[in-house]
Design a protein around this ligand. Sequence first.
Ligand code: NAD
Length: 248
Amino acid sequence: MLLENKVVIVTGAASPRGIGKATARVLAANGARVVILDLREEDAVAAARDLGEGHLGLACNVTRKEDCLVAVEGVLQKYGRVDGLINNAGITQPLRVMDIAAENFDAVVDVNLRGSLYMSQAVIPHMKKQSSGSIVCMSSVSAQRGGGIFGGPHYSAAKAGVLGLARAMARELGGDNVRVNSITPGLIQTDITGDKLTPEMRAEIIKGIPLNRLGNAEDVANACLYLISDLSSYLTGVTLDVNGGMLI
Ligand code: NAD
């Protein structure tokens, strides 16, 4: 199987309809040992149990460096290695530019951008030691188009920051055979977006999507599988647009 004997961490993967959980399922179905990290231990443990035997769920707030280090230590204790990291945890706030207060900015940048840095810092020394590893950073079409109905300008900025961070890490770590790539999902039906769309909003959005539908979590999960596995062994520093053609 594609990910036989590989250990892959997915952050923010306990949300039942989320991209992280769908990604965890796809990775597990392809042979990986999956580690689900999320804010609440019971949610992470339950989500890992849903995947079947041999997976792990741990509490980890990615905005706290200590949490990230302790979680990765737990992974190493259990499996002795870490092959992949998907920096998926994220939050949005539907604010307009003049309504963004300091605490809004901090919260959104902390989870989306600082969390991606801290989790990467926690795994990189081990990947370097192994001379192999793949990190995927979840950005968003909001970084490319600016705005969106669910994120605010601070979300766009944080997700654009994620792209820069990923490319810089890709350049720095290439010599260690650690690859770093990003995904920019378009509008994906999850709890972030799910029930908040009226039929009129949905129809209007779909008009701008050549593939004529919203994305689903599995569309993004399959892109994660590609970037985490050796199928993408000569890709680093790239951004995969999983958006149905929204930017054509
Ligand atoms: P979701 O809300 O379903 O899942 C996000 C998860 O992150 C939740 O399980 C939440 O508990 C967790 N989380 C939040 N803060 C955390 C923290 N500090 N530490 C650890 N975990 C934390 O969201 P989703 O739609 O599945 O989004 C997943 C990723 O994809 C996010 O980064 C999001 O910005 C990005 N994205 C989503 C869409 C979309 O349309 N849904 C589009 C583009 C990008």
